[in-house]
Write a protein of this length. Structure first.
Length: 502
């Protein structure tokens, strides 16, 4: 009897003892995934916990699925332009279920590839809901209701962000689409109302318009992608307007009624212009009606329900996890990476965040400060930028030389019939150092990489100007750009105000 009691006590104690790991990762995004494979490949015992997705949002519901859908929309645009290429096409139809299935096939393939890498590296992927129950200790509730407790010598939090839903009367009740639901549509919305003129709103507006939807974009700012230079914002607005997208800027949403997917109406207080036409009357109220509404007005961090207070992890006043330049949180042995840590909201930044943590856990001294943050907006044509914009340079009082040429100067662009847009670069006024580069045109994201590498290497702009680049390629256009006449922008301070003079 005593032996039975002793055995039962030992079993109960074993159940309450956390499993020991070198590294526990809460949230399975791209940075987390690469962290798991890398640390496990170095012989560490690693566990990754995610509620739903293998590999996080990027391969499942965000970056890669959206670009997959966007490319299908580009193919549809080529059908419409077929005569331009000497090809007769008497008609075509969009099968959104087929578009969705192409995306799903890609996601399934990526999931299989990720799980194979988990097997190869011996990192453990756990599908469940995790929360801190003690310092460096995570309890995971599995699908069958059972729980596991994992204690890590170090813990990384990488739970990401989700689409923010503003407290607009009737908006939540309308059950709006976010990018997640929009990428799962099996029908073409008759009239899509897009709230927000940022990355997600602009990309999906163009894609859905090309599939055949009527699209209206509603944004509170005076310009689409309002943080960019005015010439970039104007070019994007012209692009969408010419494709038949209705654009309401300086617009505040007062109320939403109806249900997305059936019928929805949005009451807008409109201050400013409409598709570029200035409105002499401000504060005009109008009702915009559609079949679907998509919310793309920003992100909010996923920190609720994680038990962060139990772990000693503090948040910023904006609700993100508080970290230092090494991505350490306020709790010993706990780190945070990616969007939940307030890092720029790009997958490539979450990967670099992993490098920062990896460096600091393996004897290095890596920080997030001073790093380059490139980005690409996957409209057609693309918008890509690295380094300073003109607006930023002028705000910081930095004098610069501006090189700018239209895409029409790029011979490869002519072969593609893709001459819309421009490229421009900022070069330091008193040296040949490249300060920033912006491209709005075909292959912008790929061209940007060449300039970024030159910037990393500290090469002068003349190295790109004088390089022997393959002809005809889009990147060859950098020679034309840096051979063009530059305009000088000398920023001087006058009574605390900064003035830019060309």
């Amino acid at each position: 009897m005593k032996r039975t009691e002793s055995t039962s006590s030992a079993q109960a104690l074993k159940k309450t003892q956390p499993e020991e790991f070198d590294l526990v990762i809460l949230g399975g995004g791209t940075g987390s995934t690469i962290a798991a494979w890398t640390f496990a490949g170095e012989g560490k015992r690693v566990a990754v916990v995610d509620r739903k997705y293998i590999g996080g949002s990027c391969p499942n519901i965000a970056c890669l699925p959206s670009k997959n859908i966007i490319h299908s929309a580009k193919v549809a645009s080529y059908f419409r332009r077929s005569k331009e290429f000497g090809i007769t096409c008497d008609g075509f139809a969009i099968d959104m279920a087929g578009v969705r299935e192409r995306k799903r096939r890609m996601v399934r393939g990526l999931n299989n590839m990720y799980m194979e890498n988990y097997r190869k590296t011996c990192a453990e992927f756990i599908l469940g809901t995790g929360r801190f129950v003690a310092p460096r200790t995570v309890e995971v509730t599995l699908a069958d209701g059972t729980t596991r407790q994992l204690r890590g010598a170090n813990v990384i939090v990488s739970t990401g962000t989700r689409a923010a839903l503003e407290k607009i009367p009737g908006l939540a009740e309308s059950q709006p689409l976010t990018h997640i639901e929009a990428l799962e549509l099996d029908e073409i919305p008759e009239h899509l109302l897009v709230i927000g003129g940022g990355y997600v709103g602009v990309e999906l507006s163009q894609a859905m318009r090309r599939f055949g939807s009527k699209v209206t974009v509603i944004d509170r700012n005076a310009r689409l992608m309002s943080k960019e230079d005015p010439d970039v914002c104007d070019a994007l607005r012209s692009l969408l307007a010419e494709e038949g997208i209705d654009i309401l800027l300086n617009a505040r949403i007062k109320q939403v009624a109806g249900k997305s997917g059936e019928s929805v109406s949005v009451v807008v207080v409109h201050n400013g212009d409409h598709n570029g036409v200035q409105n002499s009357q401000n504060g005009i109220e109008k009702v915009v009606e559609g079949s679907h509404v998509l919310v793309a007005t920003g992100r909010t961090p996923n920190t609720e329900g994680l038990g962060l207070e139990v772990a000693g992890v503090e948040l910023t006043d904006r609700g993100y996890i508080k970290v230092n330049e090494r991505l350490r949180t306020t709790a010993p042995g706990v780190w945070a990476i990616g969007e939940v840590a307030g890092s720029p909201q790009f997958t490539h930044i979450s990967i670099d965040d992993f490098r920062v943590v990896h460096g600091n856990l393996t004897g290095g001294n890596r920080v997030t400060t001073g790093r380059q943050v490139p980005y690409c907006l996957f409209t057609d044509p693309e918008l890509a930028r690295i380094g300073l914009s003109e607006t930023e340079a002028e705000a910081q009082g930095i004098a610069y030389r501006l090189f700018k040429v239209p895409m029409e100067t790029n011979l490869r662009a002519h072969t593609l019939s893709e001459t819309r847009g421009f490229v421009k670069a900022l070069v330091e006024a008193d040296s040949d150092r490249i300060l920033g580069f912006t491209a709005f045109g075909a292959g912008a994201g790929e061209t940007l990489a060449a300039v970024q590498i030159a910037m990393i290497a500290g090469l002068p702009y003349t190295a790109l100007r004088d390089a022997v680049l393959t002809h005809p390629t889009l990147v060859e256009g950098l020679m034309s750009l840096f051979s063009s006449a530059a305009s000088a922008h000398n920023v001087v301070e006058t009574r605390g105000a900064q003035i830019s003079a060309a």
